[in-house]
Design a protein around this ligand. Structure first.
Ligand SMILES: [Mn+2]
Length: 347
């Protein structure tokens, strides 16, 4: 595996020299954040990100993400130009050495929580999702932490209205339409696409979601069989769905060569409905068996990129929720330990 870490570019208060000092760190996971969704990324900006990373002793082989414009998900006529731009971005990424691109196909909301600073017993805080609190959220008068400023109320209402006619089948057809244009470019330039699962893995506000479980994935891989049509196995996202058997999914998709990118984090189910809290990475902290997941991946030939996903805020750090340095760095060292042992056992 190659251990990586998300880096939000030059404006990230966590610097490349910080990242370089995390044991076994191979590279960054980043993107051109200045470019509006759907537009072409400037070559100079990509080259600059790559050069800054390389100068700090880090690779830039993973992009997270090249976002998919809502018009592509909605299947509007404008998707032709937007998909062409997407393909051009893939070519440009390949030119600077990118090997893997993470993306998602969630309508409007690419993640949802009800609390950004849930207080934990040990004095840390983390993101959480409460079933009870979520029932009280009105999408037509949205005040949800992390989302209040992403869209204006008018824009959001417009999008919700457009999606009100989109079924799961239509969204899936639009994903396949997109992949049938994008994957041949990936095959040509040597990039693996790694779709990120729905977070959390169920429909929200009546919006369809189609990357939530094994059945969804099988359908998608069957429609576009190239191995470059792959997966970001995000344990925290799939793991919030209690019917998802992460160990089984790890074995199946690693042996099929579909797991190109791994997001490792643990979550704890906090009631008998859908509520969960993000916790420290170790197995003992949450509901997912992290050691078994990693061992299973390695035994089934996983050799992709890994990054510690969301961490808690600890040691007084007040970071972008989920993206502090300290707990993700602790997560990284834990991941190193799991892989070192798993690779020894698998030999
Ligand atoms: Mn993730």
């Amino acid at each position: 595996m190659k251990l990586t870490f998300r880096w939000y570019g030059k404006n990230d208060c966590i610097t490349l020299s910080h990242l370089r000092q995390i044991p076994n760190m191979s590279g960054v996971v980043t993107a051109c954040y200045s470019v509006p969704v759907g537009e072409v990324w400037p070559r100079e900006e990509l080259a600059e990100l790559r050069d800054l990373s390389n100068k700090a002793g880090l690779e830039m082989e993973v992009i997270e993400s090249i976002p998919v414009h809502e018009d592509i998900k909605l299947g509007k006529p404008t998707r032709e130009r937007l998909i062409e731009n997407y393909c051009e971005n893939l070519r440009r990424c390949a030119e600077v050495g990118v090997k893997c691109v993470c993306y998602n196909f969630m309508p409007v909301f690419d993640w949802l929580r009800t609390e950004m600073h849930h207080q934990n017993a040990d004095g840390s805080n983390s993101l959480s999702y409460s079933y009870e609190d979520f029932q009280k959220v009105d999408p037509h008068n949205l005040h949800l932490p992390g989302w209040d400023e992403s869209y204006s109320q008018e824009e959001l209402q417009g999008l919700l209205e457009e999606y009100s006619h989109v079924t799961h089948e239509m969204l899936f057809d639009n994903l396949v339409y997109f992949l049938k244009k994008v994957i041949p470019v990936c095959d040509e330039v040597g990039i693996s696409m790694a779709i990120h699962p729905d977070d959390p893995p169920w429909d929200v506000f009546g919006l369809p979601r189609i990357v939530s479980n094994e059945k969804d994935l099988d359908k998608m891989f069957e429609a576009v069989p190239s191995k470059n049509n792959g997966l970001t196995l995000c344990t925290g996202s799939f793991g919030a769905g209690r019917n998802n058997d992460l160990v089984h999914m790890a074995a199946k998709y690693a042996s099929e060569g579909r797991v190109h990118f791994l997001h490792l984090r643990n979550i704890k189910w906090t009631d008998d409905k859908d509520s969960f809290c993000e916790v420290g990475h170790c197995t003992s902290y949450g509901s997912l068996d992290m050691a078994e997941i990693v061992l299973t991946l390695v035994k089934n030939g996983f050799k992709g990129y890994v990054r510690p996903d969301h961490g808690r805020n600890i040691w007084g750090e007040d970071a972008k929720p989920g993206y502090g340095l300290y707990d993700r760095a602790l997560g990284a060292t834990y991941i190193n330990g799991l892989f070192e042992m798993a690779e020894k056992i698998a030999k």
